[in-house]
Design a protein around this ligand. Structure first.
Ligand code: NAD
Ligand code: DAU
Length: 355
């Protein structure tokens, strides 16, 4: 029996990952540690919560005593670390929460892993792995040309979010270089799919189209993102966790770049069709608003290393992924209503009122 500690498993990507691990590996014990911040939701995991090989622990990755007790209690063999503050706009408003969870939380997890696995010397590191899930935003911003981020691209983060993720990546590598901790890092592009909190572009805009609310496009809508369906990211994490080379970094991306405004037009077209509205009905909701401070112009990932070494490629055509995603949010009205009640209303007013 292998015991895997997944952090942030009640969030968007984490819940998709936990579902796959629990169902695909009945001989693994999956322990999901999540603080259940506004972004974490146990509803995302209703279908696996009764499984024998699944345990949920509500707790903070900054609680070092809790971490030490979990490594021991569950004899943890591997960590897949996703817990983070993940929204760029929130990091502009409250950078401290990002330094605390993303930097300090990662450091506490690393130290607890080192203490537990290395208690009797470095032999204890054999067969263990600390897998850190990171982002392409650590590489900074590209021009509107045909360059890509590779694993060799120099780090150049611009937002407090990406600075905190870059810092956490450096700590993970430092624990490998200094203490010999077995680690892998992956840096992925923008994910989309079900169960994403509606503060991020795609679920926010689908929800607003449905409710005939303005669609706040930052700046001129000309920023470019490389979109990947969340199931493809999870498949990459599973593959890298099992087959990746220790100490390595793998970039994960969709080779699927879209200017925001073009993506938004596809969302409108798809949502209007699924809502039974005439084509073009929601075009008038597009509203250009003040740009995000320090807004990175373009992200684009070269994932050839992952493809060449481990045979991974994205599986889904973007239009098909968007159809499925719009359908999921329109069909899961109750989920959307629940996550957008309470704190969300305050967030929305602060973020978009008078923007
Ligand atoms: P999310 O915001 O949806 O989920 C984050 C989860 O972490 C939530 O369940 C939250 O409750 C939990 N969490 C937050 N602080 C915690 C703490 N102190 N202790 C324990 N749990 C805590 O995030 P996501 O979009 O699923 O991203 C997951 C990871 O993947 C993050 O590390 C993010 O940087 C990375 N990533 C995300 C994307 C993307 O497009 N969403 C792309 C590349 C990388
Ligand atoms: O690249 C990976 C990253 O992708 C992850 O590490 C982050 O966790 C994730 O949040 C995401 O970051 P972005 O900032 O790219 O995603 P977001 O959905 O917030 O924004 C996507 C683009 O849309 C970006 O150019 C900003 C723009 N945007 C966003 C919002 C929320 C708008 O124009 N209007 C909006 O209201």
């Amino acid at each position: 029996m292998k015991s895997i500690l997944v952090t942030g498993g009640a969030g968007f990507i984490g819940s998709h990952l936990v579902r796959v691990l629990v169902n695909k590996y009945p001989n693994y014990n999956i322990i999901n540690l999540d603080k259940l911040t506004y972004a974490g939701n146990l509803e995302n995991l209703r279908d696996v919560e009764e499984k024998e090989n699944y345990t949920f622990v509500k707790g903070d990755i900054c609680d070092f005593q809790l971490l030490e007790s979990l490594y021991t209690k569950y004899s943890i063999d591997g960590v897949i670390h996703l817990a983070a503050e993940s929204h760029v706009d929130r990091s502009i408003k409250d950078p401290f929460a990002f330094a605390q969870t993303n930097v300090m939380g990662t450091l506490y997890l690393l130290q607890a892993a080192k203490n537990y696995w290395g208690a009797n010397g470095k032999e204890g590191f054999q067969g263990k792995l600390f897998y850190h899930v990171s982002t392409d935003e650590v590489y900074g911003s590209l021009e509107l040309d045909n360059t890509f981020f590779t694993e060799q691209t120099t780090y150049d983060p611009h937002s407090p979010y990406s600075a905190s993720k870059a810092s956490s990546d450096h700590f993970v590598r430092a624990y490998s270089d200094t203490f010999g901790l077995p680690i892998i890092i992956s840096n992925c592009s923008n994910n989309y799919g079900s169960y994403q909190f509606p503060e991020k572009l795609i679920p926010l805009f689908i929800n607003n189209i449905k409710n005939n609310k303005p669609l706040p496009v930052y700046g001129k809508g000309e920023n470019v993102r490389d979109w990947l369906f969340v199931d493809d990211h999870v498949r990459a994490i599973d593959l890298i966790f099992h087959k990746g080379r220790k100490g390595e970094t793998y970039n994960i991306g969709g080779f699927n770049e879209w200017k925001n405004i073009d993506l938004i037009k596809i969302l409108i077209k798809t949502a209007d069709k699924q809502l039974g509205r005439a084509p073009g009905t929601s075009d008038s909701l597009i509203t250009y608003v003040t740009d995000r401070a320090g807004h990175d112009l373009r992200y684009a990932i070269d994932s050839s290393k992952l493809h060449n070494e481990l045979g991974w490629s994205p599986s889904l055509q973007f239009e098909e992924g968007i159809e499925k995603t719009v359908k999921w949010y329109l069909e899961n009205e109750e989920w959307l209503k629940r996550v957008t009640s309470g704190e969300y209303k305050k967030y929305y007013t602060e973020m978009y009122h008078n923007r």
